[in-house]
Design a protein around this ligand. Structure first.
Ligand SMILES: C[S@@+](CC[C@H](N)C(=O)[O-])C[C@H]1O[C@@H](n2cnc3c(N)ncnc32)[C@H](O)[C@@H]1O
Length: 267
């Protein structure tokens, strides 16, 4: 599918991404540009729309490392929810919820925000091969790993290096947006939630997985110490206030330990 993004510099300018870019079976290198002439590199199918050097928190910096990206999913991600909920919580259970709440459809467009290795986008593409999946992250190392895993899964995803605080998409582009574990790590969570709503269609859906404040004393100690690396935790009530401020209503929600899954609709 030919996909149109918004120039990260000129808000009203379109940049067309050729369909070959999301065909991960074949390496694609080149450039794309807007009619104003601003040009962006595509290296090994990853479209780089990041225009300036960002300042990162410690947690965000570690995600820029190749070593973190190479072990993130196989060592941490597949075990993380069992460790965080304190009960067996395989990725398949999370995928089941994703399938139920997002229910991807042919020809519809979906966005994975702060995708890391794009576990969610790959799964949605496998579920509905005729859907169009886009995934963004500002870590080049994570996107390279996402590219490897997507090719291995034969799940074509359009991988874009971009900042979720200023998404390079026009309003009402996506039928669904997913964001797994990223909310806690964001520098400006409200701005990103606003962006999720802006790029989503009126009847779109947002699937969120994030971590909430722990009730136990040891959990509180751990979460307080994670605070200095830039990771934030809210109570369920505070989280829901945040979602409402960004223009969403909670349609469904499930918490297990400190893990919270929320299905949101734009108001
Ligand atoms: C905890 S990981 C989430 C991984 C993934 N969603 C999953 O379910 O496994 C957070 C990711 O968000 C990315 N990230 C954080 N802030 C971002 C921003 N403002 N724009 C784009 N990506 C961001 C980080 O680089 C990191 O890869």
């Amino acid at each position: 599918m030919k996909f149109v993004v918004r120039s990260p510099i000129y808000d009203s300018e379109e940049i067309t991404i050729p369909p070959e870019v999301s065909n991960l079976a074949k390496s694609f290198n080149g450039t794309v540009c807007s009619p104003k002439g601003d040009e962006y590199k595509i290296k090994n199918n990853i479209v780089d729309l990041l225009t300036d050097q960002k300042s990162y928190t410690l947690a965000q910096s570690t995600n820029q490392w190749k070593l973190t990206a190479s072990v993130y999913e196989d060592v941490w991600r597949v075990r993380s929810l069992s460790l965080l909920t304190g009960e067996p919580f395989p990725v398949d259970k999370e995928k089941e919820l994703l399938r139920e709440w997002i229910n991807p459809q042919p020809e519809k467009k979906y966005l994975d925000v702060g995708c890391s290795t794009c576990l969610y986008a790959r799964f949605l593409k496998t579920l509905e091969p005729k859907s169009f999946q886009v995934a963004i992250d500002f870590s080049a190392a994570m996107l390279e790993e996402a590219r490897l895993k997507s090719e291995a899964d034969q799940a074509d995803v359009l991988l874009i290096r971009a900042d979720a605080r200023e998404m390079p998409f026009f309003a009402k582009t996506f039928d669904g947006v997913v964001m797994g574990g990223t909310l806690n790590e964001l520098t400006d969570e409200l701005k990103v939630l606003f962006e999720c709503r802006r790029v989503m269609k009126k009847n779109g859906v947002l699937f969120l997985m994030h971590l909430i404040q722990s009730d136990s004393w040891y959990g509180k100690v751990l979460q307080n110490s994670a605070g200095w690396s830039g990771i934030k935790f809210w109570t369920v009530e505070q989280s829901n206030e945040l979602f409402e401020r960004a223009g969403f209503r909670v349609e469904d929600q499930m918490t297990k330990g400190i893990v919270c899954f929320t299905k949101l609709r734009p108001v």
